[in-house]
Design a protein around this ligand. Sequence first.
Ligand SMILES: *[C@@H]1O[C@H](CO)[C@@H](O)[C@H](O)[C@H]1NC(C)=O
Ligand SMILES: *[C@@H]1O[C@H](CO)[C@@H](O)[C@H](O)[C@H]1NC(C)=O
Length: 772
Amino acid sequence: MCSQLCPDALWVLMLLCIPAAHAAKCPQQCVCDQIQLTVTCVNKNLTQVPLTVDEITVKLDLRGNDIQELPTGAFKHTPYLTHLSLQRCNIRRVKEGAFRGLGRLVFLNLANNNIDILYQESLDGLSSLKQLMIDRNRVEEIQPGAFSQLGFLNLLSLTHNQLVYIPNMAFQGLQNIKWLRLSHNSLNYLDTEALAGLFTLTRLSLDHNELQFFPSETMTRLPEVTRLDLSYNPMTYVGEEVVSMAKLTHLFMDHMSLQDMDNTAVSKCPNLIHLDISYNQLRVVQPLSEGNPKLARLNLAGNPVYCNCYLRPLREWSIRNKVKLLGTCGGPAHLSGENLEAVYPSDLRCQSQEAMLKAEFEEATRVTTPPTQEPANKVKCPANCVCEAETHHSSCENRAHTKVPRGFSPNTRLLDLRGNHFHYIPSNSFPAVAQVVSLHLQRCKIVEVEGGAFSGMKGLIYLYLSENDLSSLSPDAFKGLPQLTYLHLEKNRFTGFPKGAFKLVPSLLALHLENNSIPKLEPDMLSEAEGLRALYLTGNAIEHVSPRALDHAGDLDTLHLGGNKLKEVPTEALSKAGNLRDLRLSGNSIRWVGPNAFRPLERSLKELYLDNMGLEKMSQNSLAGLGAALRSLFLEGNQLEEVPNLQPLTSLEVINLADNPLMCDCPLLPLRMWIEKVNLKVRATCANPPELRGRRVKDVHVFRACPGGESLPSPPTVTPKPAKAPKATKPKPMHLNGIRQVKMLKVKSKLRKGSNTKPAAAKKTRERRSTA
Ligand SMILES: *[C@@H]1O[C@H](CO)[C@@H](O)[C@H](O)[C@H]1NC(C)=O
Ligand SMILES: *[C@@H]1O[C@H](CO)[C@@H](O)[C@H](O)[C@H]1NC(C)=O
């Protein structure tokens, strides 16, 4: 063939042959990629570093071999390596100078070996190294100077080793270290100078060790640390001002054995935002002293916190300083399991439990005649029903009754008639049960409620008519229910908002109409329910919202319109609902959100759900005005390639951008810069360009090349962990002891007390709904 070519062509052919000759230099057991310049020899039982690796290789992967000992100069024939993986190689010993010559290496992984000593010169020569993993070895000794040559190291990970102590100055020389991970060792003491010299360290992980005291002196020498993790150490007490760290923002001391914590323990951490002391033995927690003006979250979950008058100062302090308390009451019995945030200072009392129950009961029955005393063991009860004297509950659930039974005790507080076949409820169906607070009529095949059906139920607060066949309501269906506050009409057959029926229920605060077939919201629909605070219309067929639909909705603070057929944000209608805090539009077909769409809610809106709508574009000013009030923003499951400027949302605590086809290129730089600044998990993943698909926006390099993006830190090269599945929240079983009902009464009276209590009240409304 060559004989037919001219000499020039022959020369070209020879040039083309060179790469092929090159490719031949690949160790027999390995896979070599001449374009990426990588060599992979994984799980081959190699007993030494292969000698025939091409000199120009940049990535060498030797995981899963049997190398035992790395001799001096083991890699001297591959000086261009940037990445070297040596996990699971049975390495016991790294001889002095083993990595000498690897001046370009940035990433070295030695995890899952048997290294026990890090010698003074084991890591010599790694002058560009940025990440070093020595996790899951047997390191029990670090010789002084072992890291002294690693001036560029950002991350040093020594988790799951056998360190009992750390000699003074052990980490000297790490002039650029950002994160030091010493989790899962056996450290029981840290000498004052153990971590000396780490002037750039921002994050320190010391969880799962044996520390019994907070190492105050040691920590004070770490001027830049913002996150400190001490979880799972056996500390029992944190004393006065022991944590003195000027830049600390996140402190984790969960799963320890804390029995007490001085209220000045963290007062020398002026930047602290998040303090986690969950899963300890704390029963009483005092308000923290005034040294933490930025504190936003105090996690007390899993502590046996006793919700009595001793907790009141903490609760008042948390309300005053807007510190979110996480956790639940461990007692007394009637508050057990209640969220700390849902307990009001006035609920935190120190009477005997018996006295408290009695007082609450009296408060609840104040409006009606005092109960007549009945013999304890005998209670009036209709046939085919179950009635409990002690709890005042009567139930005829699922008994195939075709008429509402009569003859319940006049003391009945909860009447459960679910799952019967009443078809319709004639007037006066509930005589002589004026004390019923909660009436359950779900799944009773009801098509009609006659006027005056509930007459005489002066104490009724909760009425459940869900899962029936109602399509309309007579104007006096709810006559005679002066206290009715929560009305459940979800899963019926309404094809219009049953406007006329609310004139006679002056106390109505929450109206549930989810999963009906309402196609539009007409003008003035709330004119007879002006006091309504929460309106749930999720899962209807609403296509059109009249601009005047929400006239008279000045008190509304919760509006759920998810799962409808809206094509745009009903901004004009919303302008009449200027106190709305929680607006949900999830699952509509809104493709575009224009400028100032939520402007009318700028003072009030805290939670905004715009997820799963097929949203393709949000104008730059679509969130204008929402500034400091907004706490949660849900945008997941849309078609957004870009997002509007989030910078003004300074109070954001939750944001979800997952499942959007984000285009990771310079137009997205503002988002990337914002992510860098905020302390939130943002859940934003690139979909484009294709080579970045699936990578977190935070982890890709592209933005550093954009004008203005130079200051971004270089992203870590560690592979991201798969996101955890969200925890399922288990609905609480319905309480059948009446106390919850009593508390609801109190909630209601709080709801009535002016607008200052609105936020908490709305939250309560939601919580009650989920428990009822
Ligand atoms: C490595 O050695 C083990 C045990 O000696 C053997 O079972 C395995 O097949 C070997 N693997 C290779 C790739 O040679
Ligand atoms: C509405 O229907 C959906 C789908 O069946 C269901 O998931 C949701 O729980 C229902 N909501 C209410 C309040 O009934």
